[in-house]
Design a binder for this molecule. Structure first.
Ligand code: 5GP
Ligand code: ZN
Length: 114
């Protein structure tokens, strides 16, 4: 892990944040700057900087992340109106926090991907 990683600090309780859900491989918090009425972050417990770092032996982590994302989206808004899952990978995607995470966006019409 990176010593100054904000998501590792939240995981370790060094920075307070409500943990909405947790399983063996990931935990879920609300984004501090929500871009939709529901904006969650699904974060792996283990520090991976980039999706592209993730070796196949850790793909179970991705499964747990998507499972948690789906469950949390269903809990927040139900299936009817939909939701969006996003991973920003690297500079061109605007990744700000260098600890892999999955955004869950819901609660409004999200518009076209750009
Ligand atoms: P990225 O651009 O890296 O895909 O997304 C990082 C997200 O983390 C941003 O949406 C940002 O608002 C959120 N974020 C950054 N610092 C914190 C924090 O300390 N707490 C929470 N809950 N979210 C954070
Ligand atoms: Zn980290």
């Amino acid at each position: 892990m990176a010593d100054d990683c904000i998501f590792c600090k939240i995981r370790d309780g060094e920075v307070p944040s409500d943990i909405l859900s947790r399983n063996d491989h990931c935990f879920v918090i609300r984004d501090i700057t929500p871009r939709a009425p529901t904006h969650l972050l699904v974060i792996p417990v283990q520090h991976f900087t980039y999706l592209t770092d993730l070796a196949p032996e850790f793909y179970a982590t991705l499964g747990d992340m998507f499972s948690a994302a789906k469950e949390m989206a269903m809990r927040e808004v139900g299936a009817g109106d939909g939701y969006r899952l996003v991973i920003n990978q690297g500079d061109d995607a605007g990744q700000q926090v260098p600890h892999l995470h999955l955004h869950v966006l819901a609660g409004r019409t999200l518009g076209a991907m750009g």
